[in-house]
Structures are given as C-alpha cells and as structure tokens.
Design a protein around this ligand. Sequence first.
Ligand code: ATP
Ligand code: MG
Length: 658
Amino acid sequence: NIFQVAGMLAELNKEQREAATTINGRILVIAGAGSGKTKTLTTRIANMIANQVKPYNIFCATFTNKAAREMKERLSKIIGEDNTDKVWMGTFHSLCVRILRKHAHLLGYEQKENRCNFVIYDSYDVLKLIERIYKTMNIDGKYKPGLAMNYIDNAKNNLWTTEYCLYNNADSETQEAMARVYHRYQEIMKESNAMDFGDLIMNVVTILEEHPEAADYWQSKFHYVMSDEYQDTNPAQFALLCKLAEPHMNIFAVGDPDQSIYRFRGSDINIIMDFERHFSPCEIIKLEENYRSTNVVVQAGNSLISNNPAPYDKVLRSNKEEGDKIEIIELATEFTEAAYVASKIKHMVLAENYNWSDFAILYRAGFQSMPFEQLFVHNFIPFKVIGGTSFFEREEIKDASSYLRIIFNRRDDAAMLRVLNKPTRGIGKTSQDAVEDYANNHSISIYKALKSVDNIDSIKKSAAGKIKSFLSTLNHLEEKSQSNMGLSKYVRYVLEQTGIFIMYRKRAEKEKDGHERLENLEEFINLIDHYEKKNPNKPLDEFLQEMSLITDYQKDGEDTTNVVKMMTMHGSKGLEFPVVFNVGWNEKIFPSWRSSSEVELEEERRLAYVGITRAEEKLFISYSNQRSRPDGKGIQSYDASRFIDEISEDIRTKSEIL
Ligand code: ATP
Ligand code: MG
C-alpha cells in the first residue's frame, strides 16, 4: 500500500530517508546502536516494492532467524503477506539452503525430482564424525575434537579448500594433522550427502564461481543485495554478497563497527571498514540520532566504547529524555544477585505497572542463567531462556529426526550411527565398530557397509540378522511415506514402528524427566502437524532441512510473549527492551578469563557496548563478590568488572546489598 509506505518514510529522519529511498547503487549506513539502521533497511524494502521492484529480486541477509521474522512481520503489514513472502530474507545459512536445494547437484550432491536433498549436520553430528576420523587416524589421544571443529569452521569461513590447507597451510605437525582431518571429513560429508553450516555458504560461493550457468541464474534473479549487521560478516559471506551482486552492483549494507562481536566465528571488522575501497563509487550515510534509549543510556554506551580505538568518526545522541541514572549493584554471591533481580522485577511489575516482557537479563556465558532460572521459578516469575539448549537438540528429538533423516537419505552416517541400535535391537558395540571399520576401510557409507554385512567376518550371524531386519524396516518406512497418510500421522507411525515411542514410554516409568521426553515427542508431532497445515505440499525432508536451521524454537500455544527474557549478550544483538539487567559484571567472567590480549579485550568491550545499548529506559548492572567457579571447583572471590569504571561516573549510582 503506497500510502502506508509514504507514512513509513515520513517517520524517518533526513539521513534515514535518503538511505531508504536510494534504490540503486552501493550504500553503507554506518551508525551507532539504536539509530534506526534496521528500521531504515525495512523501510527501504517496502519503498522498493512500492516503486515496482519485484520482491523476489531482493536478497536480504539478517543475523538471526528471529530478526528476519520480525522484519517480515513489519513488512507484511505494509506490503502484504504475499509480497513479503517473496522477498528472500533470512540468515545467510537459510538463504544458502534455498540456493543449494536447486544447485547442490552441481557439486555432486544427490538430486531427486529437481530438488537436492542433502542433510545438514549440526555440531553434535560434526563432533561424532570428527571423533570417528580421529580414531581411524590414530590421533584420538593426541588432539581434542574441538580443535578440528574450529579448524574446519575457520577454513570454511575463509573459503580455504582442503587442497589449500594441505599444501599451503600445514606448517606445523598439528596444522598438518588438522588439514588431513579436514580432507577426510569433507570426503565423508560428500559420501553422506551432508553439509555442515560452514559448507552451506562455501558451497554456494563455489557454485557461483565455478558454474557460470548457475551464477547467471542467481545473479539475474537478485538485482538487489542487502545485509543487516554488516559488521559481523565473515570473508565467505562477503564473497557471497559480492558474487551475487556482481552484474548489478546494487548493494545496501547497514552496520556498526562497535558492535562487531563474532570474531571467534570468523567475523572480520575490516569488511565494513573497507566498504568504500571494495565498492567505490559508493555512498556512505551516517546516522547520529538514537531513538531507542534515554540520554543516560546513550552516554553510558558512548563513554564505555571510547576506551576502544575509534574505528570511525562517530556521533550518537539520544532523542529521548535524560532518564534515570544507571544502577550499579554489588552483591554477595550470584544467588543473592539473582534474588535481587527477581525481587526488583517483581516489585516493578506489581507496583510500577511494568509487564514481565519489559525485562531482559543479559549475561556473558550460557551457564550464568542457572541461578536466575532457579530463583525465578521459586518466585513464580515467568521467563524464557532464549538460545539455551534448544528443543531440537534434546536427545529424544534428535532420535526422532535421525530416523526421518535416514529414511530419506540412507547415506546420512551421523543419523545412521545414532539410531542403529537405539532402541537396542541386538546390534551391539562390537558389531557397530566392525561396521564402522568396514565403512572406513572401503571408503563407503555406513549404510553400504550394513548392506554388505555378510562380508564382514567379525559380525556374528545373529547380529547380521538384526541388521538385515533393521534395513528392511527402513525400506518399509520409505515405502509407507509414499502413501497419502499425511506427515504427522506418518511420523507417529515411524516412531511406533522403530520402537522409539516404546523405548521412551519405558524410560518414562523409570527416569525423572522421562515424561517430559514423551511430551517433547508429542510436541514434535504437533509441530509437524502445524507445519503441514501451513505448507500443504511440502515434503517431509524439506521440513527436516528447515528444522536444522532453527535455533530459537518456541513451544506453540504457550504464552511466550509476556515473559522475562534471559539470554547471552551475544544473543541480544539488534534487540531492545525497556529494562535491562546486565548481570555478572565481574573480572574473569566479563571480560572473560579467556580474553587477555588487547584485541580480545576490545571485542569484550564491544560486547559490553551491545549489552548496555539494549536498554530503552532503565539499565541495571550487577556483580557479586564471590561466586562458584565455572569449572565447578568451589567458590572464589571476584573483582568488579573494569567496564563498570569505564562508564562516566556522573551517570551511575551504586548500592551495596550484601
Ligand atoms: P542496533 O544497532 O542495536 O541494531 P539499529 O540501528 O538497528 O540498532 P533500530 O532497531 O532500527 O536501530 O531502531 C531502534 C529503535 O528506534 C526502534 O524502536 C525504532 O523503531 C526506533 N526508530 C528508529 N528510527 C526512528 C525514527 N526516525 N523515529 C522514531 N523512531 C525511530
Ligand atoms: Mg539493528
């Protein structure tokens, strides 16, 4: 609706409007927190569509699924749901999956009925695979699996192929070992018809670079390439954006170098700083007005971040009232800290008309949520941990989805190994090891090894029989998937036939959280039912692909809107809340004990800047004098975080509640 778009544009200030209404060319919006970068980006898309740009010609990368969902919600009110759904908006990973569904076969992945049906390995699958490779290379005692995980991830973030690593990047013994692990890892991934998260992006770049007809297809589709949170782009993502934009060179990016906080995942702050060098001639637009936070909060952020070398000339002033001073609270332990926060929130809800949803609790590391969860339950405060152990990472859900994965792709080794003997069906550890060895020695998938079970001498007759009947169950289930019983009924059927339901029912009688597991399985079926209703014609394996990407699933039907949110500072990027509690501001916790170099400290300081600038009205920062050590080895004294002193003194007050 053209009038609504005009209304949206009218809300913007001059610089924002300039950015939102310039449709062609290369533009970088570089500005501090809360200055309306994301709002400008959203408005720009609405304005483009009002000006006859086709929604499916727009590629827009967001940092999280949640951010994409929120943007789409806003957009659909203005340009309608139909248009909004056609915009290619989502995380780099989810957008790449869509591209790969069409073209992954060019890299040798399986294709059925014009769709590539690779599976996506999550970090658990990856870990298991690396352990397997270590074993065959006889280095399992020597290196931790995490080392190879990081190595492989880093290689892919930088678009380093296995050949490059083997021949150019193997100076030390360790490096050489890692390069060899990476090489073998990629071979097995291909054989398993699988990709990890790093592959999703690197494979798209490879396709665009090596297959001109595919490159042509996507380049002539995406006339406009956009990115939110550009400061956290990694080299692979950058290459992807450049490649897609190559013929049109319409690039729009927004970001804040002071909020670059994912260096450990390969983000490179230089990418935003070099925008002009990469894309000249271009327009750089700065925004200086903060519409989110009170003056006090903006000053707090500014004074803190001024302790870092300034990446560019930056001005940020609040457009709102002065606001309350920042409250710094010193407490005895992390439990009194949690009790304080709980009682403060309760008081503000009961006496000051706040809603639960007005509050966020931010911490440095996931484990810090524990005392807060405990005390909130105790105080009957509704809350949700955002981005903790996700629903999809629970054991029972992974079992269920592994079965579904191998039904559709027998070569999925990770899923196969997970459920081969789960529930127990007489294929014991010795047989499993024999199968794995056979697969490794012959460079074939676990499935192929299972099929050749008669050739594996060390497997007993009885176990071989069990394996055969397991394989025929899979065949039966695959056939059954062709019948028109509907997805959710079918999944229930699979869970019954494979014995998963029986196993968890038995465990529910014995285990403390067994009932919850059964409920989760039911919830999983509900979710598929829900998905089926929304996407009537989509096959189950598409659901499985999407599922691997979701990290912030929320239970359907449960009221998750009016709850206090708890999350890491990393997870809070881009979000805003009326009242924010930054907790655990202790030296060695935040900045983390792992961050000792100047570069690392600067990154921690940017994280503090993100944490502070989430607050709209009120900001609390707390720390405790003593706390349990993260490694569980007793209690220890901790100092207050240096970052507290870096906030201007005149805008903070301090209380001790010991
Ligand atoms: P961050 O760096 O944290 O991602 P941002 O620059 O993306 O922040 P937004 O989230 O887009 O900022 O905007 C912050 C808040 O300010 C939002 O609530 C938004 O609606 C509001 N806002 C932005 N621009 C304006 C404006 N011109 N008039 C009124 N409100 C605005
Ligand atoms: Mg933003």
